[in-house]
Write a new protein. Structure first.
Length: 375
């Protein structure tokens, strides 16, 4: 592991502690139990794929697993050795030497594969490159050869380019002895099928309101811990922090208020919404606004498909609005179609640097056109 504390960390959410410093995982008892069951039964797979939405505790558990494995002595299986007691938790005392070394970035048995920092651009690279995976060769050569375990964390596996993925696949096919590779993936369907097939999967679920509130309190970040925030963030602590930092709840409430007038649109309100995207230095807010429009349409189409409004409203009046806009199968189908079209148009518009305000207004008018369709 690198101890270069002055460089940005790609696996850390801005404004929150790094996953290695987070002690308690909320809402993921099933994933922890699945790993401990394999460990206690001596069926520890060499590759583990930690999957689920971004920001629900996958990285935190990967670091907990690493501490646990490196701090827990291996059973040598000797004739006179006592049968080890089954582990009930991944918890390791923060004062344990392994825990202290991991916190300091100096544990020789652990290596984190992450997006590298580009000294030329002074920014993090957009992908995990093959050079980062090749660095594992030196790690395996220099790390402990005394029979202890070694752990590799890949965060996230989704960010590997093709060459890096193929290089990692070779390690999964012929893993070094006593090595556990933990791959964190937010979108496992994008990984090579051969990588997925060589790993045991641990699935992580979105957090409920109570677990979300506890996780945000533990992170000591100023973020909305309401049930509405848990709903809007899809149970992701990371997304809740981002939404809070960028005013996402207010923006989403503005969207619901704007579309409450459908099939007509209040033009001043639409222009005010577009101003969010057009503001100087508002790239993150623009991206967030597009994502929230996608989310609005997804929730609308889901309500039409089920005939039931969301159990928890992410903004006041959302449920009644959805039921009014999608009263039948025809309108539901049209909302699903326009949702896919808007997502595609928005991402294309971003890629060719269309004016953000114009792109937002175009999206609003498309939604108005759909609302005005008959039947």
């Amino acid at each position: 592991m690198s101890g270069e504390d002055d460089l940005p960390e790609p696996d850390r959410i801005e404004g929150a502690p790094h996953p290695r410093d987070t002690r308690t995982i909320y809402g993921q008892d099933a994933a922890q139990a699945g790993f401990l069951e394999a460990f206690n039964a001596d069926r520890l797979h060499h590759g583990w794929l930690l999957t689920g939405p971004k920001g629900v505790g996958k990285a935190t558990m990967a670091w907990q697993i690493a501490r646990f494995l490196l701090a827990t002595p291996k059973d040598d299986g000797g004739m006179f050795s006592d049968a080890p007691m089954a582990a009930q938790s991944l918890h390791i005392d923060p004062e344990h030497p392994v825990a202290r070394r991991i916190a300091a970035g100096s544990e020789p048995g652990l290596f984190a594969v992450r997006r590298p920092y580009d000294e030329k651009t002074k920014k993090l690279k957009s992908q995990i490159t093959v050079d980062e995976v090749r660095r594992l060769k030196n790690f395996f050569a220099l790390s402990s050869a005394d029979g202890g375990r070694r752990v590799v964390i890949v965060d996230s596996a989704d960010e590997m380019n093709v060459s890096a993925a193929n290089a990692l696949l070779k390690l999964l096919e012929e893993p070094p002895a006593d090595t556990i590779i933990l791959l964190i993936s937010h979108q496992p369907s994008r990984l090579l099928p051969t990588i997925r097939s060589r790993c045991r999967e641990l699935r992580f679920a979105p957090l409920g309101p109570d677990d979300m509130s506890n996780a945000l309190a533990q992170a000591e970040v100023e973020a909305d811990a309401s049930a509405a925030m848990a709903e809007l963030s899809a149970g992701s602590v990371g997304e809740a922090i981002r939404l809070s930092q960028l005013g996402g709840m207010t923006i989403y409430a503005g969207l619901v208020d704007l579309f409450a007038g459908l099939p007509q649109i209040d033009r001043p309100k639409a222009l005010k919404l577009a101003e969010i995207a057009a503001a100087r230095g508002a790239a993150e807010q623009f991206e967030l606004l597009l994502n929230l429009i996608d989310l609005f349409l997804m929730r609308l189409a889901r309500t039409g498909a089920t005939g039931q409004p969301p159990l928890i409203e992410a903004a006041q009046g959302e449920g009644d609005l959805f039921l009014r806009l999608a009263p039948n199968a025809y309108k539901t189908r049209k909302w699903a179609e326009i949702a896919a079209e808007i997502t595609s148009r928005s991402r294309h518009g971003q890629s060719v640097n269309l004016d953000p305000a114009a792109l937002v207004l175009d999206t609003v008018w498309k939604i108005q056109e759909t609302a005005q369709l008959g039947r």
